[in-house]
Design a protein around this ligand. Structure first.
Ligand code: HGY
Ligand code: MN
Ligand code: MN
Length: 411
C-alpha cells in the first residue's frame, strides 16, 4: 500500500469531529457519528459492497454480492465469513486513530485484494461497531456487547449521557430503532473469524523493526461508579469538626486507588468526577467519580478492588461520609485464539506478539468467534488524547498486513 493512498482516504474523515484541542469528539449518534456513518456507506457503495446496519446500530460492508460468493442469498456461507473493522467513536478529545484506523485500513485492504485480482471463497465484511469507548453512554463496547447478549437491552436503552439523554432517545433522534436492540446470535454464527486492526496504545513497537504486531491478550479490566455522600453546608461558617465533606473521602480514594494498583501490580485511574452542587463556597453534598482499574490477571484486579473498597470505607467512617461502589462494566481476561494468533504472526514474518491493557470489540467477540488483533506502531505511545500518532508509512504497512491476513483466511 502506498502511504499517499492511505493519507488520501484518511484525510476524508480527519476533519470530522475534530475539536479545538486537536482531539476528537466523536460520540455515538451525534452529528459527527452520523457523518462518519454516511462516509462508511459511501465507501461501501463506491466499492459495490453490500452495506447493512444490524439491530444494534453496528454497520457492515459486505464483499459477498459477487456471484461466485453467493452460495444462497438467504443462507449463511457454509464456511463462514471473515469480518474485520473497528469503531468510529472516541473518548472526549481522544486521538484520531483509536478505532477509525481499523475501518479505513479495512476498506484499503479490500481495495488491495481486488487490485491483486483476489477472489474470496467466503464473504469478507468490514464492521463499524457503535459506542466502543462508552464515551457517551458509559458502557464500553456497547454495540458488540448487545450483539453478544452480554448486556440487557432495557438497561442499554435506559443508559443516559451526561446531558440526561437516553440511548433510546439518541437513537430515535438519529432515525434508528432502539426497540430492536438485543442479542444477534445468527449474525455471530455466520462469522468464521474477526480480525481487528488497531493503533498500538503503548510504545512496545517504537524503535523496533516491525510496524505491526499481533495481540496475545487483553488484560481484565472494569469501570466502577463511586458515589461519596456527605452533608452540604456553608464553606465559611461550618466548623471543621462539624463537617461531613465527601470531597475529603474522594481525595483519599483517588490516592488509595493508585496505591492499591501500584502494590498489586496493576493500574487504576480516576479521570472523571462530578460534584453536587459544585459551588465554590459550599461543602459538597455528593461527589461521583469513576474508577477504571486493569491488571495482568483477574486475581490482581480483584486484589486492587478489595483493597480499594476496604481502605475507602474505613476513611468514610472517619469523615462521617458514606460511599457506594457500583460496577458499570467488567471484562474478564481475553486470550485471543492461539491458532489464529500464531498463524497470523507467522504470515507476517514473525511479527511481535503483545498483550494490551486496552479493551476492544475484539475482546467481546472473542467469546463467540475466533478473534485476532493487529497493532500498528504508535511512536508516541499516547492514546485517548490528541497526542496519539502513527506514520502514514506504518499505517500503510498495517493495510498490507491486514490484506495479507484477509487473503490467507478468505481467498
Ligand atoms: O478503554 C479502553 O480500554 C478502550 O480504548 N475502549
Ligand atoms: Mn479506546
Ligand atoms: Mn479502540
Amino acid at each position: 500500500m502506498d502511504a499517499g493512498e492511505f493519507r488520501r482516504l484518511w484525510n476524508e474523515i480527519a476533519p470530522i469531529g475534530r475539536a479545538e484541542t486537536g482531539g476528537y469528539v466523536r460520540f455515538s449518534w451525534t452529528e459527527a457519528d452520523l457523518a462518519l456513518r454516511a462516509w462508511f456507506q459511501a465507501q461501501s457503495e463506491r466499492r459495490g459492497l453490500r452495506c447493512e446496519e444490524d439491530r444494534n446500530g453496528n454497520l457492515y460492508a459486505w464483499w459477498d454480492a459477487e456471484k461466485e460468493l453467493v452460495v444462497d442469498p438467504d443462507a449463511p456461507h457454509p464456511e463462514g465469513a471473515i469480518l474485520t473493522g473497528s469503531h468510529f467513536d472516541s473518548v472526549p478529545h481522544g486521538g484520531a486513530y483509536d478505532g477509525p484506523l481499523g475501518i479505513v485500513a479495512a476498506f484499503l485492504a479490500v481495495d488491495q485484494l481486488r487490485a491483486d485480482g483476489a477472489k474470496p471463497k467466503r464473504p469478507i465484511g468490514i464492521a463499524a461497531f457503535t459506542e466502543e469507548e462508552g464515551g457517551r453512554f458509559g458502557v464500553p463496547c456497547l454495540g458488540s456487547r448487545l450483539m453478544a447478549g452480554v448486556i440487557e437491552p432495557n438497561r442499554a436503552r435506559a443508559l443516559t449521557d451526561p446531558g440526561g439523554i437516553t440511548l433510546a432517545e439518541a437513537m430515535s433522534a438519529a432515525g434508528a430503532a432502539p426497540d430492536l436492540l438485543g442479542p444477534d446470535p445468527e449474525r455471530l454464527e455466520r462469522l468464521a473469524a474477526f480480525i481487528e486492526l488497531h493503533i498500538e496504545q503503548g510504545r512496545a513497537l517504537d524503535g523496533g523493526e516491525s510496524a505491526v504486531a499481533v495481540a496475545s491478550a487483553i488484560w481484565p479490566h472494569g469501570r466502577w461508579r463511586v458515589t461519596f455522600t456527605g452533608e452540604a453546608d456553608h464553606a465559611g461558617t461550618t466548623r471543621l469538626p462539624d463537617r461531613r465533606d465527601p470531597m475529603l473521602t474522594f481525595a483519599f480514594a483517588v490516592l488509595a486507588a493508585r496505591k492499591e494498583a501500584r502494590l498489586a501490580g496493576g493500574v487504576a485511574t480516576v479521570g472523571r468526577v462530578e460534584v453536587e452542587p459544585n459551588a465554590t463556597n459550599a461543602i459538597a453534598a455528593t461527589v461521583t467519580a469513576w474508577l477504571d482499574a486493569r491488571a495482568p490477571d483477574d486475581a490482581v484486579l480483584s486484589e486492587i478492588l478489595t483493597g480499594f473498597e476496604s481502605k475507602v470505607s474505613e476513611r468514610a467512617g472517619r469523615d462521617g461520609t458514606s460511599v457506594r461502589i457500583v460496577p458499570e462494566s467488567e471484562t474478564p481476561i481475553v486470550d485471543f485464539d492461539a491458532a489464529l494468533r500464531d498463524r497470523i504472526a507467522a504470515l507476517l514474518g514473525g511479527a511481535p506478539v503483545l498483550p494490551t491493557a486496552a479493551g476492544h470489540d475484539a475482546g467481546v467477540l472473542s467469546a463467540h468467534v475466533p478473534t485476532a488483533m493487529l497493532f500498528v506502531r504508535n511512536p508516541t505511545g499516547v492514546s485517548h488524547a490528541p497526542g496519539e500518532a502513527a506514520s502514514d508509512d506504518d499505517c500503510a504497512a498495517g493495510v498490507d498486513a491486514l490484506a495479507a491476513v484477509l487473503r490467507d483466511l478468505a481467498c
